[in-house]
Design a protein around this ligand. Structure first.
Ligand code: COA
Length: 661
């Protein structure tokens, strides 16, 4: 560190100030904590002591509470607080005039070399720095609440901040045991609040404009996205007045967004969240948090990609404007918001073209300009950087391996292998050759331990529009009998396959396309699919299992309705008939399929295989034979290492580690 920092003043001993003082003291710095009354300071010291004692009990302190406390002194005199410090961290209330006054006065009394840092979340660093004569040694240090527990510190560069000051503060943050991210311009909301409020404001819009239920949206955030809290839970936790203040200041200072009337309304009614025992949810008493209850399957019908798309747009903006790097934005959301993944991971998995579609859709339904896709996203799509699917997006994925065959593409993208039917101009019409290629692709990855699930999907606007009708003209009965063998080999291969196979239906799924899909274990469809067995319209009947598998899936009534009338049905009816398991918006299909893949890949693979066999065999057998088979396979399952691990982990209350043995 070019300026060695030993003595630190923390101005303001409130929620953030006392926590920041505690962090510095724990890391060995001498801290002078200043506020306007002895009462506030006394209270702050006892809160620091309480917090240290809690950390001590959890074994997280390297020394005794008393020796840490001995490094914290207090004063109500600003001049005395800053007279010999190397660094000052300001954490007084979020009032620009007050902050400027404090900095102006501190500037007169602090040594010239001292660095001034503000913990503001809403006021531009440049503006505050102008109240002093040390603009180059002025910086933002934005701690997350509560400072002792949250790892992230946003280090915010004002217009005049020198590189040396940035470097010193970055090193300092590391010395505090925290993780810095550098925000290269003091844009309203920096990184964390910009991303957070993109999600929150979209959540609000869905509730306001579309009548989505608050609790369903939060449940989706937890159950589908895996976030620690939903947007409304988090608002209650932060405090609705505080949140409203932050978002209003951001919007006033140029953050392009529509405010959330729900928030305003609750604040006006005095419902401030956990602190007033009621916000979006009710709590047992003021200040007493209890986690709102949600069902594990709640919110599954809401769209995760649409909720996150505005945040991805923000990521693109932050990068394109040179405010932060992809790595830093990812780090900020993981450490500042406790997201289990970075925004770039999400975008690349969902597909950047799909994010753009979702934003266009949002722009249309809301009429709001802030949903306009950022130029960076459009450039990515144009240059084919579509995400994981193609091996590059916000990041590169050298591990994605692609093999192009005549009529399909085999993409190995662990833990899945994707079989992409690849004759988009012909709507991926099925031929005996394509069937053989599918069988070969399945065999290629069957022994590959990286591959835990196979996904079959189509390129372009169809899954598959059925068997290539050309092959039927003038064909002899014997030729057709033999041709069908290829299709039956394919469907039986899938049913006998030792790994789960998901069909991702991305458009027309007709005739042989539907017969292929029905042989798969699970079917996820985009909301624009068209599904049918239209063979009778050609004077034919389904020949690759349609009369049998559709009947088994949907019952003879539906099967006859669809096959005899040769009708085509949409997604909603397909779901109702049980022909597909799930329907999602087109732009969410890839994300949802990957989510199912990851879910399946987290399970013990041998148990999946045995369960699949028990179901498939049982569907074709009298129940005594089927139950006997199930019992035998149960016996096989119990003989695996994974079964002993799963049972052991449950009884020992730990997470199982499956090895596939
Ligand atoms: N066999 C052979 N070619 C097919 C085909 C099939 N089953 N399905 C689509 N194609 C071809 C079309 O002939 C066309 O080729 P072309 O560009 O050389 O003329 C191309 O794929 C695109 O299809 P098109 O019909 O132009 O698209 P569309 O959007 O107007 O219509 C469908 C889409 C799916 C409604 C229509 O293609 C269709 O009815 N296909 C046949 C479905 C069927 O009966 N399947 C069961 C066969 S047993």
């Amino acid at each position: 560190m070019s300026v060695s920092i030993r003595r630190v003043a923390v101005l303001g001993a409130g929620t953030m100030g006392h926590g920041i003082a505690e962090v510095f003291a724990m890391a060995g710095f001498e801290v002078r904590l200043m506020d306007i009354s002895d009462e506030i300071l006394k209270n702050a010291l006892s809160r620091i002591r309480d917090s240290l004692e809690r950390l001590g009990k959890r074994g997280e302190l390297r020394e005794g509470v008393n020796s840490i406390m001995a490094r914290v002194t207090t004063t109500t005199n600003l001049a005395a607080a800053v007279s010999d410090v190397d660094l000052l961290v300001e954490a007084v209330p979020e009032n620009a005039e007050l902050k400027r006054r404090v900095f102006r006065e501190a500037d007169e009394h602090a040594p010239p070399h001292a660095i001034f840092a503000s913990n503001t979340s809403t006021i531009p660093i440049t503006e505050l720095s102008e109240a002093t004569n040390r603009e180059s040694r002025f910086i933002g240090m934005h701690f997350m609440n509560p400072p002792p527990l949250m790892k992230l510190v946003e280090v915010v560069r004002g217009r005049y901040t020198s590189d040396e000051t940035v470097n010193t503060v970055v090193q300092l943050v590391k010395a505090l045991g925290k993780e810095p991210v550098v925000v290269s311009r003091d844009v309203p909301g920096f990184i964390v609040n910009r991303v957070l409020f993109r999600v929150i404001l979209e959540a609000c819009r869905e509730v306001n404009q579309e009548g989505v239920k608050v609790v369903d949206l939060d449940a989706m955030a937890r159950n589908v996205l895996g976030l620690p809290m939903g947007p409304f839970e988090l608002l209650d936790y932060i405090g609705l007045d505080t949140s409203l203040f932050i978002v209003k200041s951001m919007i006033e200072r140029g953050f392009k967004a529509h405010p959330c009337p729900l928030l305003e309304d609750l604040v006006n009614r005095g419902r401030l969240g956990v602190k007033s025992a009621e916000g979006f949810y009710k709590y047992p008493a003021p200040g007493q948090y209890s986690r709102p209850r949600m069902m594990p399957d709640q919110g599954l019908d809401l769209d995760p990609v649409r909720l996150m798309a505005p945040a991805i747009n923000e990521l693109a903006w932050l990068i394109r404007e040179g405010v932060a790097t992809v790595d830093d934005v990812d780090k900020a959301v993981k450490l500042g918001l406790n997201y289990p993944w970075g925004l770039s991971d999400f975008a690349d998995e969902a597909g950047i073209d799909n994010i753009v579609d979702a934003l266009n859709n949002l722009r249309e339904v809301s009429g709001w300009g802030e949903y306009e896709p950022d130029q960076l996203l459009l450039d990515y799509v144009k240059s084919g950087r579509l995400g994981r699917r193609v091996g590059r997006g916000f990041r590169d994925y050298p591990e994605v391996e692609e093999r192009r065959l005549e009529e399909i593409v085999l993409r190995i993208d662990p833990p899945a292998a994707w079989i992409v039917l690849n004759k988009p101009d012909k709507l991926n019409t099925l031929t005996p050759r394509m069937a053989d290629e599918i069988v070969n692709a399945l065999r290629t990855v069957e022994e590959d331990p990286r591959v835990r699930v196979v996904v079959i999907t189509g390129s372009g606007r169809a899954f598959s529009a059925g068997a290539d009708v050309n092959q039927f003209r003038g064909a002899s009965p014997m030729q057709m009998f033999k041709a069908m063998r290829h299709y039956h080999s394919m469907t039986l291969e899938i049913e006998y396959y030792t790994k789960p196979v998901i069909a991702a239906l991305n458009g027309y799924t007709l005739g042989g396309g539907l017969e292929l899909a029905m042989a798969c274990d699970l079917r996820i469809a985009s909301d624009d699919v068209v599904i049918g067995q239209p063979e009778v319209n050609l004077g034919l009947i389904p020949g690759a299992g349609g009369t049998q598998r559709l009947t088994r899936l949907a019952g003879p009534g539906v099967s006859k309705e669809m096959i005899l009338m040769g009708i085509q049905i949409g997604a909603r009816r397909a779901l109702e008939y049980g022909v597909v398991n799930r329907v999602v918006p087109r732009h969410t299909l890839e994300y949802e399929v990957r989510r199912w893949v990851n879910e399946l890949a987290s399970k013990p693979p041998l148990a999946l295989m045995l369960a699949k066999y028990a179901i498939n065999y049982g569907a074709e057998s009298p129940i005594w034979s089927a139950l006997n088979n199930e019992a035998s396979l149960f016996g096989v399952a119990i003989s695996t290492k994974d079964a002993q691990e799963g049972v052991g982990a449950f009884l020992e209350k730990r997470r199982p580690r499956f090895t596939g043995e």
